[in-house]
Unconditional design. Structure first.
Length: 236
């Protein structure tokens, strides 16, 4: 059974339809990605999974349980964590305090020390910066913190929206190295990413979204070789 199944999803913003019959699935313990142009609806899929935007029709299941009618806090309780585009860390709190904010589910609070050590293992820099005010971090450090805070909820499934946006090549490399470590912990990842080559290279399965429709799906390495994908997203 896939860790995530999205079936025939329709989403509207008011009277405007954003997603049409979107179906995706992500195997347990894998990394999957969604690519597409700006405005295609990629972020809307993640927000629908999290319960941030309402679902008009369709079904969303995590580990076989339906979550498409749950509030965001109950989705988190079901083991799903979300890192939105733009990070949205608490600038006036310390790094450690930000991480503590991510550990509000009951199962995470009970193992706070283990979870924060796990995050520090993935992002050693956060240990060094643990007492530093989050608002003073660089963009790459803030992204590490945003991902670390999501991991503090002890998720089985991690949603990431544009994690490399605005980062230097060195920081992008570190973020994707971290994703490999996260996957090795058995956490399933669904990634929306502007860096198409990195996204597809690191994904077991990938989807192309165009104007709210899934138009292609295949293994990441296969889409990297797809002539239409290369022309549209790589300029080749």
């Amino acid at each position: 059974m896939p860790a995530l199944e999205v079936s025939d999803l329709d989403v509207f913003y008011g009277q405007i339809q954003a997603l049409w019959d979107v179906s995706i699935d992500v195997e347990s313990g894998s990394i999957a990605s969604i690519i597409g142009s700006n405005g295609a609806g990629k972020s809307t899929i993640l927000k629908a999974i999290m319960g941030i935007v309402p679902v008009k029709s369709g079904k969303i299941q995590v580990d076989g349980d339906r979550i498409d009618r749950l509030s965001p806090d109950r989705v988190v309780e079901r083991g799903v964590a979300y890192v939105p585009e733009g990070r949205h860390i608490f600038s006036d709190l310390s790094v450690r305090e930000n991480l503590k904010m991510g550990a509000y589910p009951r199962r995470a609070r009970a193992s706070f020390k283990d979870e924060i050590e796990s995050v520090f293992g993935i992002f050693p820099l956060l240990r060094e910066r643990s007492k530093q005010r989050a608002g003073t971090l660089s963009g790459g450090e803030a992204q590490m913190l945003a991902i670390g805070r999501a991991l503090m909820s002890k998720p089985r499934f991690l949603l990431l929206d544009e994690p490399s946006a605005g980062l230097s090549p060195i920081m992008v490399e570190k973020i994707f190295d971290a994703l490999s470590k996260i996957k090795s912990l058995g956490i399933t990842v669904l990634l929306v990413e502007q860096d198409v080559v990195r996204a597809l290279s690191n994904s077991s399965k990938a989807y192309v979204l165009e104007n709210g429709h899934v138009t292609r799906s295949a293994k990441g390495e296969e889409l990297l070789k797809d002539e239409e994908v290369r022309k549209a997203y790589l300029g080749i």
